[in-house]
Design a protein around this ligand. Structure first.
Ligand SMILES: Nc1ncnc2c1ncn2[C@@H]1O[C@H](COP(=O)(O)OP(=O)(O)OP(=O)(O)O)[C@@H](O)[C@H]1O
Length: 582
């Protein structure tokens, strides 16, 4: 995106408040006019005092009035411009946040949260700065230059040619500086993103960093990245410092040249000394504006890459979105069918081949198989984290790609092995399942999920804050909150990733009891690790290297003597645990 297009896009983001933005921009231009009016009035006052002092008081009053009105108007314009810029900044955060948060998992696999947060924060910061400068300076500067050049030509075209030559010098110097440093500044911005990503990654894994005593190594790595960033940044800064010296030198030379050419013209009787002096005064004003314009270009240059990154995220089309005319699903009965479904995260190495099965409403389907067999992947196609590359997935006879994502996901409850917890109260974490749930519903869900006793032991009960990623809760507590959350959601289809490894026998048994209540009457897909789950499942799907190698009931599969029988024989399923009260 060129600088001009980028800049226009930034300004176009003010469109929702177009009328106010235009008024403010025009008011600022008018104020710039008042700025020129004041010296004029000042001159008139001086003339009046020298010639006819009787007129002076009226002119002084007019001068004071104009000055005062100018100050008041300035305050009004600045205040509203600031408010507008603040409003639009928050609106830009909201738009970016909603867009990025709605992007599919593949996008979030690509963009680390540290990078995404930086792109958002730096991007909106730069938008804000450009909007404010747009109101305060840009228009007035541009208009001044556009007006002053013809005026200079009118004053004395020969001397004005020198000013035009200066304008060309500024343009060429800036173009060369941008061209020479553009790529390097892109690298600098990328390094800043990498620093943010690395720091975010370390904060997110602080337990690992500390327990593996990685702090010194991580700090060292971060400092090395900073050194690389500075190594890349210095040449760019040097380039722009040289540019500013060249601009200054060209300005000074132009003024000297105006004097020299002016002297020659004076010798020929073409211009008076007063004429030279006033032209120089005028040129100084124009040079001031040109330098402002150069500063604007340099600011835009240094902000451009982060703005481009901001717009790249905003322009990214989600691979998974509602098709035109997508149906809003009602509450489903819960029939799920996979028809010859294939999928691969990368096209060369498919993760699922030709998977077909039918799940009757209300049945329990256990997915088993060695690690990496494709169990989680298969279920992620059901709630459309990804779309199949071949075949289709249907719910109650609707292809999941033909229905709205929102209504599909409202019909599916998920309890992940690592249940995501927010840095909010336990209550707020539960209300993720049903935002308008009242306390009676919450307490019922908490009791069914066997979570009441541990919540009661927390200092502030339901209002207790949960640490980031649920670090202040045990694995079993997190699981039970996730089950309560799914109970509140009350979806007809349920996906469970059984967690067993981290839990003691008693906790596991309590979780099992909670899960049994949760799954009642729902079509339930379980990534099964427990013997009781597979034994009681209505259908067991055995996956191996992305293929469905066996399917049937427990006894049938044992009798078949295939992979499932071998897994069961090798004790791959955890035995059932016994319930003891908390
Ligand atoms: N987001 C991803 N991007 C790329 N490859 C992935 C991604 N998620 C999983 N895979 C790969 O896809 C294959 C299937 O993984 P999947 O998580 O579905 O297996 P699984 O049967 O659920 O394993 P486990 O029992 O260990 O959880 C694996 O080879 C895995 O490395």
């Amino acid at each position: 995106m060129s600088f001009l297009r980028l800049y226009l896009r930034v300004i176009a983001l003010l469109a929702p408040e177009q009328r106010l933005a235009t008024t403010l921009a025009l008011a600022n231009l008018a104020l710039a006019g008042v700025f020129f009016l004041e010296p004029l009035l000042f001159g008139k006052v001086v003339d009046a005092l020298a010639g006819s002092p009787g007129k002076a008081p009226r002119l002084i009053a007019l001068w004071a009035g104009v000055g005062f009105a100018g100050v008041l108007a300035n305050v009004w314009v600045s205040l509203h411009a600031d408010r507008l810029a603040h409003r639009r900044r928050l609106a830009a955060i909201a738009v970016f946040f909603e867009h990025a948060a709605s992007m599919p998992l593949s996008f979030h696999g690509e963009y680390h949260t540290g990078r995404l947060s930086r792109i958002m924060n730096v991007g909106v910061g730069n938008l804000f700065n450009l909007w404010l400068s747009f109101f305060r300076e840009h228009l007035a500067t541009l208009l001044s230059i556009l007006v002053m050049v013809p005026v200079a030509l009118w004053l004395n075209w020969k001397l004005a040619l020198l000013m035009i030559a200066l304008l060309l010098c500024f343009s060429v110097f800036n173009a060369v500086a941008v061209q020479r440093t553009h790529k390097a500044q892109g690298e600098v911005e990328e390094l800043h993103h990498e620093i943010a990503t690395r720091a975010g990654d370390v904060f997110g894994n602080v337990t690992v960093v500390q327990s593996f005593t990685r702090l010194a190594a991580e700090s060292r790595a971060l400092r090395e990245m900073m050194t690389r960033t500075l190594d890349a940044q210095y040449p760019v800064l040097r380039g722009w410092a040289i540019l500013s010296v060249l601009n200054r030198a060209a300005s000074t030379l132009t003024i000297v040249a105006i004097f020299a050419v002016g002297a020659t013209l004076h010798a020929r009787g073409e211009i008076s000394v007063g004429g030279i002096v006033s032209f120089v005064g005028f040129s100084m004003l124009l040079i001031g504006r040109l330098e402002q314009f150069a500063t604007f270009l340099s600011n835009l240059f240094f902000q451009s890459q982060s703005l481009r990154d901001f717009f790249t995220v905003l322009d990214r089309k989600p691979e998974i979105e509602d098709r035109p005319g997508a149906i809003v699903l009602p509450r489903l009965r819960g029939e799920v069918v996979f028809e010859q479904v294939s999928f691969g995260y990368d096209p060369v190495q498919p993760a699922l081949h030709d998977l077909s099965f039918r799940a009757e409403p209300g049945s329990t389907i256990a997915l088993v198989g060695p690690t990496g067999a494709g169990k989680s992947t298969a279920l992620s196609l059901l709630y459309r984290a990804y779309d199949p590359s071949a075949g289709r997935v249907t719910v109650d006879d609707h292809d999941v790609r033909e229905v709205t994502l929102e209504s599909l996901r409202q019909n599916i409850g998920v309890v992940f092995q690592d249940p995501g917890m927010f840095y909010r109260s336990i209550l707020d974490n539960l209300r993720i399942g049903k935002p308008d749930a009242d306390l009676t519903e919450i307490e019922k869900a908490v009791a069914s999920a066997e979570a009441a006793a541990f919540i009661a032991r927390k200092p502030e009960g339901l209002e207790t804050m949960v640490a980031e990623r649920g670090r202040s809760l045990s694995g079993g507590e997190r699981q039970r909150l996730a089950i309560a959350r799914a109970m509140l959601k009350d979806a007809p289809i349920l996906i469970l990733d059984e967690a067993t490894s981290a839990l003691d026998n008693a906790t596991e048994a309590r979780i099992q009891r909670a899960l049994d209540r949760l799954t009642e009457g729902r079509t339930t897909f379980v990534i099964a690790h427990r013997l009781s789950t597979v034994r009681h499942a209505d259908l067991i799907l055995v996956l191996d290297q992305g293929r469905l190698v066996e399917q049937g009931k427990f006894d049938e599969l044992i009798a078949e003597g295939g992979l499932f029988a071998r897994l069961a024989e090798d004790g791959k399923f955890a035995p059932d645990a016994e319930v003891t009260e908390e």
